[in-house]
Design a protein. Structure first.
Length: 194
């Protein structure tokens, strides 16, 4: 009986390894700071349209992990994953556009990418979108909408969003705050495939 149990454990371990595949093997390699192996494993997957591999390559290029730091290449890989609906890639691409890193600085395009990610409940994108509305960067200044996005990110536990919400509230009337709260309570995330 003990031998059968040991054999099942070994078989289960092998099956898990076989099922893992190059994406997961690349993640393990990256966790061990073997970025060259991670890049080698993710490259073919990314070329075949795997959005997780595309996003991971974007991060590698953005931070110079296993490759020379290249914000334009990061933007290219983020865009491929973002166009498939990956919220984290949409956020990352928005940050590149906001900062003009690897792409021309364009607040309106940053807002568009933040909006897509924020609609999928990405709290960092909600925070960034709130900041864009509060400052009128790439969009008309709107404290109510800014406050709404800050409220949503705060509800998900983002302390920076809570601070920003309180700062924007100081610039608003009680009616505007009430409207922002109403909008936040009625907000529904957009469903996506991911």
């Amino acid at each position: 009986m003990l031998a059968v149990a040991a054999a099942l454990i070994i078989v289960a371990g092998i099956a898990r390894t076989v099922m893992a595949g190059p994406l997961e093997d690349g993640l393990v390699a990256a966790e061990h700071r073997d970025y060259a192996t991670a890049i080698r494993l993710w490259g073919p997957l990314a070329e075949d349209g795997n959005l997780d591999a595309q996003y991971n390559l974007g991060l590698a290029y953005e931070h110079g992990r296993g490759v020379t730091r290249d914000h334009a290449a990061a933007a290219n890989w983020f865009r491929k994953a973002a166009n498939q609906g990956l919220a984290a890639a949409q956020l990352s691409l928005g940050v590149l556009y906001e900062n003009g890193a690897g792409v021309p600085q364009d607040f309106a395009i940053a807002v568009a990418w933040y909006q897509k990610a924020a609609e999928q409940s990405n709290t960092a994108a909600q925070l960034n979108l709130g900041i864009m509305y509060e400052n009128g960067w790439g969009v008309g200044q709107n404290y109510i909408i800014a406050h709404m996005w800050f409220n949503l990110a705060t509800a998900a536990g983002d302390a920076d969003a809570a601070r920003n919400r309180d700062i924007s509230a100081a610039k608003m009337t009680s009616e505007q705050i009430a409207e922002a709260h109403r909008l936040a309570s009625e907000w529904k995330p957009r469903s996506t495939s991911r």
